[in-house]
Design a protein around this ligand. Structure first.
Ligand code: TGC
Ligand code: FAD
Length: 395
């Protein structure tokens, strides 16, 4: 399939750029240029073939998209959260799977090692993950425990020496088939949830690929199977116990999705606007018909509201004042806005909207995963519900 030229321009109806620093704009520009040059020309083909473009691992490392908020001494970028958000927005503008690769590596693998790990663990893993020499994955979800991770069955037993034995299984794990290491959440002998770093070469550890996905086809998803895996105790993250460990990582990753999903929405809006001005029916461009203008006007309104929400969320993150419930609201909002915009954009393109000539159907299918992972749409609504009423409707 011939690659089309990517001439993306982002909408900025309320001059949100004025709220960004010059550094923010430069970072956004460099990731946008990367997506135009290295992602847009190849991604449709990889998605159609359901193949993960492994070359992006090194590229994203070189670009600084892995762990941008981790301090520079560990190979991170030492950047603020708005920079991180803008990177995720631009990557997901290309493809949600590309953003997923970066989200998992930065927020779900590097962040816990940096935040909950000791100095030896930080020195052993972080710079290799930042550069893209190693890819990591994050194992929380299990076959029978998705929205309710507290019930997990994966566990490790103390062997009475300097090792533990890990048993259990995780499923739906992004990056798993190509990961060198997995940050796995498992219960210890006391039933406490702990983070433990499992390395690919450990005996009894396997990562079968999940096939047949209609969504995130250019991202590799797999299981993590632990069959009596002997893991050194030095691989246990020492500074965290309990579900707040993995949930703390998810707060960072959900923040990235809030920005990322709007990137996918911006791409669909941009394409629908351009197409509608060129496509002529009944003797005039379809952009001149009120029904199509309603769709386009509502798209840019929702994108603008989400841009402002995300920017404010970023400033709260930078100031250390954000609450997990605020992040949930922004993640949920972005996913809803983006899925609706993709569907409307697809309609504006008529039959062309279902083909791989345009990225809209790919974004639409990807967003069905994005609205589900890192907490489903319903779960984030219940988090807001509990936050405003003080009443828990989960259980
Ligand atoms: P609950 O009793 O509410 O909380 C347990 C402890 O955790 C604390 N906490 C948080 N801490 C940091 N950040 C958050 N977002 C937090 N949410 C809660 C809480 O204060 C408590 O602390 P403490 O000190 O009292 O122990 O837990 P619960 O069992 O009732 O569950 C609550 C619920 C349902 C909201 C939560 O479990 C949840 O978020 N479920 C959704 C599961 C989920 O998001 N899974 C994601 C798997 S990873 C993934 O999808 C990666 S996709 C990657 C990609 O490709 O991009
Ligand atoms: P379930 O929890 O079974 O939910 C099914 C339905 O029930 C949902 O609609 C849900 O909203 C609803 N529901 C559940 N509980 C309640 C309640 N209390 N009240 C009302 N409704 C409720 N996980 C990882 O650990 N690491 C990864 O890297 C990872 N990557 C993923 C990649 C992809 C492509 C996908 C699809 C998933 C990935 N996940 C990952 C798993 C993801 O986080 C889970 O799919 C998600 O948390 C939902 O869990 P579940 O699929 O088991 O659905």
């Amino acid at each position: 399939m011939a690659a089309k030229t990517d001439n993306f321009q982002s909408p900025d109806y309320f001059n949100v750029d004025d709220l960004l620093t010059e550094e923010h704009k430069l970072i956004r520009e460099s990731v946008r240029n990367y997506v135009k040059k290295d992602i847009s020309p190849i991604i449709e083909d990889y998605a159609q073939r359901a193949e993960f473009p492994t070359q992006i691992i090194k590229q994203l490392g070189e670009l600084g998209c892995f762990g941008p908020t981790v301090p520079e001494q560990y190979g991170g970028g030492g950047l603020d959260y708005i920079s991180y958000g803008l990177m995720m927005q631009e990557l997901e503008r290309g493809d949600s799977g590309v953003r997923s690769t970066a989200s998992v590596q930065g927020s779900l693998v590097m962040f816990p090692i940096y935040q909950y790990g000791n100095e030896a663990q930080r020195n052993k893993y972080l710079s290799k993950l930042a550069s893209g020499e190693w890819l990591g994955c994050f194992g929380l979800t299990e076959p029978n425990h998705g929205s309710d991770p507290a019930g997990m069955l994966t566990n490790f037993k103390d062997n009475g020496d300097d090792t533990v034995t890990l048993n259990g299984a995780k499923m739906w794990i992004s990056n798993a088939p190509f990961a060198e290491i997995a940050v796995v959440w498992a219960k210890d002998d006391s039933g406490d949830i702990r983070g433990i770093i499992v390395e690919r070469q450990m005996k009894g550890f396997s990562t079968p690929t999940t096939h047949g996905k209609w969504s995130l086809r250019a991202s590799a998803t797999g299981e993590l199977v632990f069959d009596n895996v002997i893991v050194p105790k030095e691989n246990i993250l020492p500074n965290i116990k309990g579900l707040k460990g993995p949930l703390g990582c998810l707060t960072k990753a959900r923040f990235g999705i809030a920005w990322g999903a709007i990137g996918a929405a911006m791409d669909c809006y941009h394409i629908a606007l351009e197409y509608s001005k060129e496509r002529v029916q009944f003797g005039r461009p379809i952009a001149g018909f009120q029904l199509q203008q309603k769709k386009l006007a509502e798209m840019v309104t929702e994108i603008t509201k989400a841009q402002l929400l995300n920017w404010r969320l970023g400033t709260l993150m930078n100031e250390g004042k954000v609450t997990p419930a605020q992040v949930s609201m922004a993640k949920r909002n972005a996913c809803e806005v983006a899925t609706n915009i993709c569907r409307d954009a697809r309609q504006i393109l008529g039959g062309m909207g279902i083909t791989g000539e345009y990225p809209i159907m790919r974004h639409m299918m990807n967003l069905e995963s994005v609205i589900t992972y890192e907490g489903t749409h319903d779960i984030h609504l219940l988090i807001t519900g509990m936050d405003i009423t003080g009443l828990n409707a989960f259980k």
